[in-house]
Design a protein around this ligand. Structure first.
Ligand code: AGP
Length: 609
């Protein structure tokens, strides 16, 4: 996903812009650029490729500037090249603009602007906005921006500077996040807080339909039509730079995998009530009764978060007995779902900015459903637009492949299940048992993470295979899906997850000695059935990697490789079993020389549809 940064104040702007873009690299990009004001002129430097290419170009020129914007681009319209990189300027080079989102009506606007004499350099939708602002040039930059945005259909987060008002940055938002950092006599702009946390932890978030006019001395927010000024709530960012740095690990992903004992503790901190055989989730106290009386719960998400939702479905239906449907957010919002006043929708999103998930929330809210958010990023759009919710407290997740957020999402969904279950028939003894075992998980996760070398060795043996199959049953079926997604998104190996029993309905045709099959074969109700599935794979020369329960010697007869995890409740296995699968994917990707933290074509948060 693209990233925007901006600075206005007494300091040199370009080094701050570049530092901010570095903090946004994890979002995925293919080109980058900065625009800054020097001697009342707009200067633009942009390059295809990584930030170092841009920095090398900047090092060749004398720069003295205190106002600027920057952008990392994840191509949507137009090839990832220097011409299409942002920032873009108007015909005369009087203004420059960086944009996140998609302008859906850009081709009609472009046609109209060309007829009016504007000349374009790029194939992007963004450049259209620069010329539109030029076309509607008013006395103040914010007036031109506001007028131009009236004609735009689509999503945007935009930052604009002008040589005619060289001490000003104008930002506006509709669907793509913009956060403003408040400094002492200086202001910072970012697509997310990681871009500015080095300089300030005091921020405010632009809401959809708002525009802000920022100078070194003040930041004033208005509705996008500039009809009324609004007071933005100030927030303090809950994390500092140390938590963003790699901490000595070669990749953010590996650091985040190893953070999981801590993040599991953080997900449960202050929430376990062993003395009551219950849990406390302060963020939903006010709506607990409404959730309890729901006639239908939708869990909606994308990608890994959707896998967490699947586990949530199994949990809630098993222990709360409320019907649950898991929906891909992108499907939910367009299929005219059945929503009644007793419908509850829970959106699960690490970033809290995924466009499809946000749209699903808005769709459900428009039809009267109670919407909750299970998010990681504090102050994210989904967390702010839902009525209530639960933060997972996993800290910044920089690696594009979600790991610690997933296990914390599942943990929070388990806590929610206990809370609802204890009001709907989950007795004290069972509540006590679950709460107690939850408190053991961080230490069990530590045990798994203590021996990554064994997993690394397995990864080396199979890193050249073109395809993988992941199989599991019941709670471990979503784990199979998640394990497959981890592998495919960072190693580019094709991998599929299936319910183990489904193998006989097609996938078994794929089995041969070149197709590694990963079984989540832990001791639970379906263990015997999974063993039969393993026999079927072995009979066809399939190579088996098994995730198994510590102490299970029997499994060694069936699997080529066994990765053990500590025993736990069957419905808590996903939190532990997914950790070795994260490591397996990580080490295979490293062995294949892939860009683990920023896999090709992927973005950390998909804020476009
Ligand atoms: C997971 O590893 C992927 N990066 C991706 O599937 C991700 O889970 C999905 O885009 C949803 O993101 P969100 O949780 O921020 O909404």
């Amino acid at each position: 996903m693209c990233g925007i940064v901006g600075y206005v104040g007494p300091r040199q702007s370009v080094p701050i812009l570049m530092e901010g873009l570095e903090r946004l690299e994890y979002r995925g990009y293919d080109s980058a650029g900065v625009a800054y004001i020097q001697d009342s002129n707009i200067r633009v430097e942009k390059q295809k490729g990584k930030l170092q290419v841009l920095q090398d170009a900047l090092d060749t020129v004398e720069i003295s500037s205190t106002v600027g914007i920057g952008h990392t681009r994840w191509a949507t319209h137009g090839a990832p090249d220097q011409t299409n990189a942002h920032p873009h300027t108007d015909c005369e080079g009087n203004l420059a603009l960086a944009h996140n989102g998609i302008i859906e009506n850009y081709s009609n606007l472009k046609k109209d602007l060309i007829e009016k004499g504007h000349s374009f350099r790029s194939q992007t939708d963004t450049e259209v906005l620069a010329h539109l602002i030029e076309e509607y040039r008013g006395d103040m930059l914010e007036e031109s921006v506001a007028e131009a945005l009236k004609h735009v259909v689509g999503a945007y987060g935009v930052a604009v500077i002008s040589r005619e008002e060289p001490e000003k940055i104008v930002v506006a938002r509709s669907g793509s996040p913009i956060v403003v950092g408040i400094g002492e006599g200086e202001y910072f702009v970012g697509s997310d807080t990681a871009a500015l946390v080095k300089y300030t932890r005091e921020v405010f978030y632009l809401e959809d339909g708002q525009i802000a006019v920022i100078t070194a001395d003040e930041a004033r927010t208005f509705d996008v039509q500039l009809e009324s000024e609004v007071e933005s709530d100030k927030h303090t960012i809950p994390f500092d730079l140390q938590r963003i740095e790699k901490g000595g690990y070669p990749h953010f992903m590996l650091k985040e995998i190893h953070e999981q004992p801590t993040t599991l503790r953080d997900a449960m901190r202050g929430r376990l009530l062993p003395e009551d055989a219950n849990v406390r989730l302060g963020g939903i106290t006010d709506v607990l009764e409404e959730i309890e009386n729901a006639d239908q719960i939708y869990l909606t998400a994308c990608g890994t978060s959707w896998h967490a939702a699947l586990i949530g479905e199994y949990l809630i239906e098993e222990f709360v007995r409320t019907p649950v449907e898991v929906e891909y957010a992108s499907e939910f919002r367009y299929r005219n779902p059945i929503i009644t006043p007793k419908t509850v929708l829970i959106a699960i999103s690490q970033s809290g900015e995924t466009a499809d998930t946000l749209a699903a929330v808005r769709e459900a809210q428009a039809h009267g459903a109670l919407c909750l958010g299970v998010c990681n990023v504090v102050g994210s759009t989904i967390s702010r637009e839902t009525t209530a919710g639960v933060y997972i407290h996993a800290g910044p997740e920089i690696g594009v492949a979600s790991t610690k957020a997933f296990t914390s999402q599942v943990t929070v969904l388990t806590l929610l299940t206990v809370l609802l279950g204890r009001r709907n028939g989950l007795n004290r003894a069972n509540g006590e048992r679950i709460v107690h075992e939850l408190s053991n998980l961080p230490q069990k996760a530590e045990q798994i993470l203590a021996d990554p070398e064994a997993i690394e060795a397995i990864a080396k043996e199979f890193s050249d295979r073109p395809n993988f199959l992941y199989l599991g049953r019941r709670y471990n079926y979503p784990v199979a899906l998640e394990g497959a997604l981890k592998l495919k998104e960072i190693s580019y190996i094709h991998a599929e997850g299936y319910p183990a029993a489904e193998m006989k309905h097609g996938p078994i045709a794929l089995i041969d000695d070149d197709m590694p099959v990963v079984f989540i074969a832990t001791k639970d109700k379906s263990y015997d059935k999974v063993q039969s599935n393993m026999e079927e794979v072995r009979a066809r020369n399939g190579r088996i990697i098994a995730i198994a329960t510590e102490g299970d010697e029997e499994i060694r007869e069936l699997a080529d490789h066994v990765i053990y995890i500590p025993e736990t409740e069957s419905f808590l296995i996903p939190i532990l079993a997914s950790i070795p699968l994260q490591l397996l994917a990580y080490y295979i990707a490293v062995e294949r020389g892939c860009n683990v933290d920023q896999p090709r074509n992927l973005a950390k948060s998909v804020t476009v549809e």
